[in-house]
Design a binder for this molecule. Structure first.
Ligand SMILES: *[C@@H]1O[C@H](CO)[C@@H](O)[C@H](O)[C@H]1NC(C)=O
Ligand SMILES: *[C@@H]1O[C@H](CO)[C@@H](O)[C@H](O)[C@H]1NC(C)=O
Ligand SMILES: *[C@@H]1O[C@H](CO)[C@@H](O)[C@H](O)[C@H]1NC(C)=O
Ligand SMILES: *[C@@H]1O[C@H](CO)[C@@H](O)[C@H](O)[C@H]1NC(C)=O
Length: 362
């Protein structure tokens, strides 16, 4: 049984109000896709050619390459994609569901704890795209209500020129004198995937690690893309971060590494189609294409499919040392623990300051 599925079951068991929901007919048998991309494309065009997607992230332009690639691959289609923090997309989707005014077709979010709940509410389409059977078991719902699309992971990211030859690998390396005043980190109390990273580190190295980190005077920022932008723009003022992702290969001017003794955050960014999606065929086109070998290979990160090659030089995500991509969903499901931890950090470093990362120009 998948982690997400067992979460779903424990959520049902915990709520007598939902215990009989599946018998009310919400859990319809999944549709298994057998069409080619071209055939689905034809059906999507007949719907009007637009698919509205809400994607988790922290820069407005973060999914521009997805939009460009999709529209180039499928002439006549428009990918109407909006990037916002997953923690805001999910509550806004809840409002659409509550008012029975669903206008989003597809969601691709980091808030993995929402999916079992939405499934229980009958909000998600049980649908298995082509290749579904090859998605790693822990990354998918057995009825196809939701599934991982890409693996996101934080790595050590540093500007080797500015870091003066000092390459961080383990989280204890950031406590070295050469990283004093040089670190840019995302507020853990502003992003649960960053909060999880701090939780993993402190479970291993204790509170004293965090005290020593504070003594390094890191710059706290909003958004997980901001540290890399700041390091790139600062010409040596800032040199490293461990709360961001640049995919599995470093852009010019940066190097990346992964801890081996320490544990880094990774998770399947998870997608679903709404039961009441106004353009279900267009959403299916997007999902089939995202999971296709052609797109998985071009994603710049680990694939969610066990039958496809991992990024060059790296093992598959479930064999990667220093991480367990199946654990984030379970951790996110314990909202009481997440809230306690968030307030722990708010107390230590204050509430997240600054503009929304979507509009902060970094
Ligand atoms: C595009 O998405 C936005 C935000 O979700 C939505 O308000 C708008 O109606 C969509 N446009 C079309 C043409 O579907
Ligand atoms: C940065 O990466 C390059 C290319 O992989 C490697 O040759 C170099 O040693 C790395 N530098 C540091 C400081 O890690
Ligand atoms: C870089 O490292 C060298 C040798 O460790 C040291 O002498 C030098 O002061 C360092 N430069 C900076 C800017 O930290
Ligand atoms: C960046 O910093 C280096 C060393 O401090 C300096 O030589 C160089 O001129 C700076 N570049 C820019 C664009 O400011």
């Amino acid at each position: 049984m998948s982690v997400l599925k067992s979460l779903a079951l424990s959520a049902i068991a915990a709520s007598s109000a939902l215990a009989y929901a599946p018998q009310l007919g919400f859990n319809t048998p999944p549709v298994v896709e057998t069409r080619t991309l071209d055939q689905i494309h034809e059906a999507a065009l007949k719907e009007g050619g637009t698919v509205t997607v809400w994607h988790g992230g922290d820069e407005k332009t973060q999914q521009d390459s997805l939009k460009t690639a999709f529209e180039a691959r499928f002439p006549g289609m428009t990918l109407n994609i909006t990037v916002d923090l997953s923690k805001y997309h999910d509550i806004n989707l809840d409002r659409q569901l509550a008012t029975k005014n669903v206008y989003v077709d597809s969601i691709i979010l980091q808030t993995l704890h929402d999916y079992p709940r939405w499934k229980d509410e009958g909000a998600l389409l049980n649908y298995k795209p082509v290749g579904f059977e090859n998605i790693y078991e822990p990354f998918k719902d057995e009825d196809g209500a939701y599934m991982g699309f890409f693996v996101f992971a934080w790595s050590n990211i540093y500007a080797p020129k500015s870091a003066n030859g000092s390459a961080p690998k383990e989280y204890t390396d950031y406590l070295k004198p050469e990283f004093k005043d040089k670190l840019v980190l995302t507020y853990p109390n502003d992003d649960d995937a960053v909060l999880y990273q701090f939780d993993l580190i402190m479970k291993q190295y204790g509170y004293s690690w965090f005290e020593s980190l504070l003594a390094q005077n890191p710059r706290w920022v909003r958004g997980t893309a901001t540290p890399v932008s700041l390091i790139g723009a600062s010409n040596g003022t800032y040199t490293a971060t461990f709360t961001s992702s640049v995919g599995t290969s470093a852009p010019p001017g940066f190097n990346i590494s992964y801890p081996v003794d320490g544990t880094f955050t990774s998770w399947p960014q998870t997608g679903a189609i709404l039961t009441d999606a106004p353009h279900p065929e267009s959403a299916k086109l997007l999902h089939n294409w995202i999971l296709s070998p052609e797109h998985q290979a071009a994603s710049g990160t680990w694939t969610v499919r066990k039958d496809l090659p991992s990024p060059e030089g790296l093992p598959g995500i479930l064999d990667m040392p220093g991480t367990d991509a199946t654990k984030f969903a379970k951790w996110m499901g314990d909202r009481a623990a997440v809230e306690r931890l968030r307030f722990f950090f708010e107390d230590k470093i204050g509430s997240a300051q600054g503009k929304s990362p979507l509009t902060d120009d970094l």
